[in-house]
Design a protein around this ligand. Structure first.
Ligand code: NAD
Length: 377
């Protein structure tokens, strides 16, 4: 029986639980559950997923780890002041924000932390298991929405991988919404295989890359030759500050460029740049400049400007992913959920790269979750 039908509750354990995206997820889930706002941007609320057995939004229970201690209701007030959340929403859903706030545990490594890797993994695992037990949850999905880390080198596990290991130890499906290493560490390959848990990632496709995944196939299908594809992003907020570090930005840009290489066949000339503009807060402007050749080599240019609110774009996708992954776990699916490539810049497993093909695959996955054609992997 599905979680929605049985009335059982499903945990969503957010790594980076006090960040902009996480706060918007908690506030947004409460607002939609209470009927205060429609589920705009949630693909799982569309007709294609009716009867897929996904856990109902009011059945989701939130908790997580973070390394800062700003209370969630205060964080939500800050987001409302910046125009990310509607004015009045933090007050309307204050009890849900406070309930999630009580379930946030100190993450790590904290400044001066003397715990070694096994001790940190054990501590994170304990926090997740304790959350599941105290709330009598049927299952919990761990979702990484913490600050982007620099690309990892060497054998040491970066924080995102410590959390991913803890998720597997705790028996939880895992979703990496960031470009950080997470489960992509060689040390974790055996643990992931043994765990027989479903997992998905990485790096949510919410703005510039979403547009690229939709537009690049158009050039290929019309037999137009893309000569160069260049992009610039201006953003502020915590993500903008984290991506001001060139190594963190490199991890992000690799995913954006992969989408073009996969959809066009070869990587075009051109680079992606990310500039931190603190005054923009959570609002992002992404400019793409595409130089292409038409018939007889005629040179042409397409330019696009995307102006989005990062957390409002990401939050409905996190809710979708938590529900889809929880249901996949309930159905006994395991390993990389390549059918969720629609949501990611750098999807796990092998799947199509063009957005329309990824959407078709996601809809088929909804059927698998329902128990229809194509079940089993
Ligand atoms: N549209 C989008 O918003 C979008 C799209 C794709 C990916 N992402 C990724 O989602 C992540 C979150 O974005 P955001 O805007 O909420 O950023 P944010 O800076 O507002 O929040 C990140 C949170 O992670 C916490 N954190 C940092 N290190 C931690 C650790 N070791 N353990 C636990 N918590 C830790 C920070 O304290 C902070 O509260 C980023 O990695 C971003 O790249 C966002």
């Amino acid at each position: 029986m599905s979680a929605s039908r049985s009335g059982s509750r499903v945990g969503v354990w957010l790594i980076g639980a006090r960040g902009s995206v996480a706060t918007t997820v908690v506030a947004g889930c409460a607002a939609v559950s209470a009927g205060l706002h429609p589920p705009t941007g949630m693909v799982t609320e569309t007709a294609a997923f009716t009867d897929s057995g996904l856990p109902a939004l009011p059945s989701l229970v939130f908790g997580g780890h973070d390394t800062v201690d700003c209370p969630l209701p205060k964080r939500a007030e800050e987001l409302a002041a910046g125009g990310v959340l509607p004015p009045g929403l933090p007050t309307a859903v204050e009890s849900e924000l406070a309930a999630a706030d009580r379930e946030i545990r100190p993450g790590g490594p904290l400044p001066g932390d003397t715990r070694d890797e096994p001790a940190l993994i054990a501590s994170f695992t304990h926090d997740i298991q304790d959350f599941v037990r105290r709330h009598d949850l049927t299952r919990a999905v761990v979702v990484n929405v913490a600050s982007t880390e620099p690309a990892s080198t060497g054998a040491a596990l970066p924080p995102s991988s410590l959390y991913a290991a803890a998720a597997l130890r705790a028996g939880c499906p895992y979703v990496n919404f960031t470009p950080s290493t997470g489960l992509h560490h060689p040390e974790l390959a055996a643990l992931a295989a043994e765990s027989a848990l479903p997992y998905a990632g990485r790096d949510g496709k919410t703005g510039q890359t979403l547009l690229r995944a939709a537009l690049a196939p158009m050039f290929t299908q019309r037999a137009l030759a893309v000569r160069a594809w260049s992009g610039t992003n201006l953003l502020g907020g915590g993500d903008g500050a984290a991506l001001a570090d060139p190594e963190a930005a490199a991890a992000k840009n690799a995913g954006k460029e992969r989408v073009l290489a996969d959809t066009l066949g070869t990587p075009p000339e051109g680079e992606v740049h990310i500039d931190d503009v603190p005054a923009l807060g959570d609002w992002k402007t992404a400019w793409d400049h595409i130089a292409f050749d038409g018939f007889l080599g005629t040179r042409m240019i397409l330019q696009t400007i995307w102006q989005g609110c990062d957390s409002a774009l990401a939050a409905p996708l996190i809710l979708d992913l938590a529900r889809l992954t929880a249901r996949a776990h309930e159905r006994g699916l395991s390993g990389p959920l390549s059918a969720l490539g629609f949501y990611f810049k750098d999807p796990v497993g092998s799947g199509p790269a063009a957005l329309a093909d990824q959407y078709a695959e996601l809809v088929r996955f909804g059927d698998v979750l329902r128990g229809g054609e194509g079940e089993g992997r």
